[in-house]
Design a protein around this ligand. Sequence first.
Ligand SMILES: [Zn+2]
Length: 269
Amino acid sequence: MRGSTWVLPAILALSVAGAAVKSAGAFLYGSRSLFVDSLTCFANLVAVAATTHFYRVSLEPPDIDHHFGHYRLGYGGTIVSMLAYAFVAGIAVSTLLQSESYEVHISATWMAVAGLVLYSGAIFLAHKFGSFLKAYAVFTVSEVIESLVVVAASSGGALVNYRIDLAGAAVITAYIFIELYGTGKNVITCLSDVAPPPHFVERVKEVVESHGFRLVSVKLRKVSENLTHGDLVLRPEGLRLEEAVKRTKDVKELLKKEFNLDCSVELTI
Ligand SMILES: [Zn+2]
């Protein structure tokens, strides 16, 4: 990770301040759209903590209980994030169902604006420093979009009718469920031993054939976003055993280096 040591604490401080401002605004000034928005801020903080923790764990080298390494523990961050968002989605639905008339004070809008400024600061820093923090910037952009919805909804709720504020709360709640669906679908696919795209398999075949082998069978599965595992069965085309064994080693090394493909190779006749 590039960037100085103050960056991560600064991003966290801005995010915590953003969450605090939004929830204070929701409680003091009665906006339900701001309340639902503040719930997602807390889910976002849980998501950041979980993603950071599991990302670090996923980089641990292989050990006695994880012979292939810890890559898939990286999905722990996604799963914990989904649990946090699903929990706040439940609270949001119950808030929407308590739909008796209420009053929104225009100050709620200003609190939403303050939240927007704080989160924009966090995203700016996260985007500026390093690849891992960029992921945070991407999924925190939703906080900015939510803030914009709340600014519109809470001002409408304060100046026109509370139902506009309630509609804003419903939009943000619906958005949480859409995000949960998308993330859930993605993580299930990733955990399903999904194969890499056909052009990846084609390139593996090219490497194998350029070393004097025929690719008899290939089984590949993605372990994480960047890492693929596989089993290859190769037939040496007119190579002596010693040469075939040496070239097998070369093929394995090249596949690891070029495609981050970790594979077992079986030679056949
Ligand atoms: Zn382990």
